[in-house]
Design a binder for this molecule. Structure first.
Ligand SMILES: Cc1ncc(COP(=O)(O)O)c(C=O)c1O
Length: 386
């Protein structure tokens, strides 16, 4: 039977993610449009993003927070291009984004001393393999596999190398221990449901010391440059962006941050997201056809919740036929306006992916699950001619 109730907000995309509850275009009324981002009020808006970010995430006062070009990718590339090469680097990867950073470091930067520590979809590599006398690059939450690091305990406080973390689908939904992180990056369009535009780059004092003491032997385009004359360009970290940001997107980022504070700050953002995972976990425990892509509950993501098929008839299909099945499932959910963008990532094993970040209401997560059951039964009946 088709479920009677749809989620009030059926948006489950893993990026851009659902806007915060109650959002409308009115939230952007205060945007500084048609004005220079370098004007006094323009800079004040950019600084507000930085200050609110520090407040919500409790980022230490001696860490720099910058707004940088090209979303999360821009922020990660900036870190890799500026910082790596001073010593060997360990690249940890367990899904497609982490693998992209491996490609960057091995094929583009072509660093000579790189160790790649990888795991297949659904698993986490052995974190104890990371050697922190070297630099270590990792993704806090693998958006395409739904597997996250459990905590920062595997990162020593007295490390010699830098810990460089792509935290784009973790920031604002997971606890990030800043003392263990030298570089963190994320974009606006994930957990707070902002608009995709500039990215965020957080640097520890040790990362700044590296920038000021190490000059990489490679050209750096202007869009990547964080230092001038061997000194950090401090302006970038108070709102003097390298190039022009969208002030509409900046306003939206401010709106998301203010909303965070209004619901009770980081603790409540994490609670909302963890509750979404709990709701799906209870459903999976009773499901006869779906399981988590990640087997270990300790490393299962509360934001990008990735599901695979466990139904014996479906798993007996060829990988291509399973992918086709998954596509039909996602298309049916979309047609019914029960869930949009719930298909798994193109490179990931076939299945479904539901975003459970802080902007997704727990009731909507509850409401979508009966639709998954109905859609699965419908597509299965069609596939097997019953
Ligand atoms: C872990 C991770 N890294 C990087 C990216 C790329 O981010 P952007 O499109 O903001 O550059 C994504 C996007 O989903 C991601 O999930």
């Amino acid at each position: 039977m088709k479920p009677a109730r749809r989620p009030s907000n059926p948006l489950f995309s893993s990026g851009p993610c659902a806007k915060r509850p109650g959002w409308s275009l009115d939230a952007l009324d205060g945007a500084l449009l048609g004005r220079s981002h370098r004007s006094k009020p323009g800079k004040a808006k950019l600084k507000e993003v930085i200050d609110l970010t520090r407040a919500v995430l409790a980022i230490p006062g001696d860490y720099r927070i910058g707004i940088v070009p090209a979303s999360d990718t821009g922020a990660v590339e900036m870190a890799l291009w500026n910082l790596l090469g001073e010593r060997g680097v360990d690249m940890m990867a367990w899904e497609s984004f982490g693998k992209e950073w491996v490609t960057d470091v091995t094929k583009q930067l072509r660093l000579s001393d790189v160790r790649t520590i990888q795991a297949p979809y659904g698993e986490l590599p052995d974190l104890s393999q990371a050697d922190f006398s070297r630099d270590v690059v990792f993704t806090w939450n693998g958006t395409t596999s739904g597997v996250r690091v459990p905590d920062g305990d595997w990162i020593p406080a007295d490390r010699e190398g830098l810990s460089i973390c792509d935290a784009t689908s973790a920031a604002f939904a997971m606890d990030i221990p800043w003392s263990k992180i030298d570089v963190a990056t994320w974009s606006w369009q994930k957990v707070l449901g902002g608009e995709a535009a500039h990215g965020m780059l957080v640097l520890s004092p040790r990362a700044v010391a590296r920038l000021e003491s190490f000059r990489p032997d490679r050209p750096l385009p202007k869009i990547f440059r964080l230092t001038s004359g061997g000194k950090l360009i401090e302006g970038i970290f108070v709102g003097d962006t390298i190039n022009t940001p969208s002030m509409l997107c900046v306003e939206d980022a401010i709106d998301g941050l203010r909303w965070s504070l209004s619901v009770g700050g980081l603790t409540q953002l994490i609670r909302r997201s963890e509750q979404n995972l709990r709701i799906v976990s209870e459903w999976v425990a009773a499901s006869t056809w779906a399981g988590f892509l990640g087997d270990d509950p300790a490393t299962r993501s509360c934001t990008s919740i990735c599901l695979r098929f466990t139904d014996p008839e479906v798993t007996a299909l060829t990988p291509e036929a399973q992918a086709d099945f998954a596509k039909k499932l996602a298309a049916l959910l979309e047609k019914e306006e029960a869930a949009f963008d719930a298909g798994s990532y193109r490179d990931a094993p076939p299945g479904l992916r539901l975003w459970g970040g802080a902007t997704v209401e727990n009731e909507d997560m509850e409401a979508v699950l009966p639709w998954l059951d109905w859609a699965f039964a419908t597509v299965k009946a069609e596939t097997f001619g019953r």
